[in-house]
Design a protein around this ligand. Structure first.
Ligand SMILES: [Zn+2]
Length: 190
């Protein structure tokens, strides 16, 4: 679809903004800000400002690769909703060893390499739209910006998208929780 849009735009003499490169371009699903933004606080601030204009169809997505206790998660969500953010999702990355069935919660298979059973047949599951699905399986690596395994189940463009998305880690959690700027709420009290 993104490729068709670019072609259609060219016919009209207009530039169509897409992400990705060359033939591997993609459109974000809905009105989303790029999750490739490396500064998480900027990601959250941008979402807060943007969602003020778009009351639906715009979601802040977090791709979680850290184990959070329920209390931590509750505190974090409360902190986020101090800002004018209406929608967010929290998706935990999952990895599964296809040899022994061992599950690695909040971990990208890319970072495992080999399972404790010795197998490198690890698959990673997440989502960029709608539902959770296996991304790639076995000998997972990132090649020229593309998330790639021996078998790949997402389109190449979506795997570029996945490789670019920043992951929510311990450092992110601490940075957001320690941030004293409560956003709009505090500034309007002045
Ligand atoms: Zn295993």
């Amino acid at each position: 679809m993104a490729r068709d849009d670019i072609r259609f735009g060219k016919e009209l003499g207009k530039e169509v903004f897409t992400q990705g490169h060359g033939e591997d371009v993609f459109l974000t699903a809905g009105c989303m800000l790029p999750f490739s933004e490396q500064n998480f606080m900027a990601q959250i601030e941008n979402a807060a400002q943007f969602q003020g204009y778009a009351t639906s169809g715009s979601i802040l997505h977090h791709f979680v690769e850290i184990k959070l206790e329920p209390e931590q998660l509750a505190g974090y969500i409360s902190k986020i909703f101090e800002k004018p953010i209406n929608y967010m999702t929290i998706t935990t990355t999952l990895a599964v060893c296809q040899n022994c069935g061992k599950r690695y919660i909040a971990t990208d298979g890319l970072k495992i390499g080999k399972c404790s059973c010795g197998s490198d047949d690890i698959s990673t599951y997440s989502r960029v739209i709608g539902y959770v699905k296996a991304i790639s399986r076995k000998k997972i690596t990132v090649k020229d910006g593309v998330y790639v395994g021996a078998n790949n189940f997402w389109s190449k463009a979506r795997r570029v998208d996945w490789a670019e998305r920043q992951r929510f880690t311990e450092a992110t959690y601490e940075e957001v929780m320690e941030n004293e700027d409560g956003g709009e709420k505090e500034s309007t009290e002045d």
